[in-house]
Unconditional design. Structure first.
Length: 243
């Protein structure tokens, strides 16, 4: 009988779990300031690199906010959902880049299904293009109205339409499960654009490539789009160390 030894949870996971419990119990309240990185490391009995990783996860998910030089604070309660806390637990085990890589795999599969495997399915192609074009319109409307939530929803749905094309229920369900994570990722990325008008422009380029119909070129464009987000997040999180 092939039985593998039970592995202990990572140190990062254990710290994330304890902090999650403190937030849920109310011991940590919105806008509370966290102790310094050194102090937290001493309190948990871990290295400072572990605390940096935990705070990187929490900052990415939107659970904490860094205000240099004041320090790191627990976000307002309106920004902390149960989904955010669950994703913090997941990312305590897995690197953020691995989750973004999963998204890339799912979108690439959708593009393969649309532009290669079912490339002669005109009805599917036209339906998908109409849906994507509609979400770009929704993006533009959201920018004009100033609605951040609608802007994030349109971006989320746009990429979801690509994934659902492949008719893989696991992918669709997984993307739905990732909704809060995806919207936080999208929000993080959108904050870096020079002007909001760049957001629909980038998506129009993605749609134009789908219309052209070249699978390999379109995949590369989508991968580049997602890799840029990954690199942006890594750069942003590294540039905001905890005080």
């Amino acid at each position: 009988m092939d039985i593998q030894p039970v592995k202990q949870k990572t140190v990062v996971y254990q710290v994330v779990k304890q902090l999650k419990d403190l937030i849920v119990s109310g011991a940590l309240k919105p806008n509370d300031k966290f102790p310094s990185e050194l102090k937290l490391a001493e309190m948990f009995g871990v290295g400072r690199s572990t605390i940096r990783e935990v705070m990187k996860i929490f900052q990415y998910i939107g659970i904490v906010e860094v205000h240099n030089p004041k320090g790191t604070f627990l976000s307002d309660s309106s920004n902390i959902s149960s989904e955010s806390l669950e994703w913090a637990m997941i990312l305590g085990e897995k690197d953020i880049s691995e989750v973004i890589e999963l998204r890339m795999v799912m979108e690439t599969q959708g593009l393969w299904y649309l532009l290669d495997y079912r490339r002669n399915d005109t009805e599917l192609r036209e339906k998908t293009i109409r849906g994507l074009d509609n979400e770009i319109s929704n993006l533009k409307k959201a920018i004009v109205s100033g609605s951040i939530e609608k802007r994030l929803d349109a971006d989320y749905v746009f990429h979801g339409l690509v994934i659902q094309v492949c008719e893989n229920r696991i992918f669709r369900n997984l993307y739905h499960t990732m909704k809060e994570f995806m919207k936080m990722e999208i929000n993080f990325a959108q904050k870096d654009v020079n002007t909001l008008s760049e957001i629909p422009t980038h998506h129009e380029e993605l749609l134009a490539s789908i219309v052209d119909g070249d699978f390999h070129d379109t995949c590369e464009l989508f991968r580049h789009h997602i890799r840029n987000i990954d690199q942006l997040l890594e750069s942003k999180l590294k540039s905001d160390p905890q005080s």
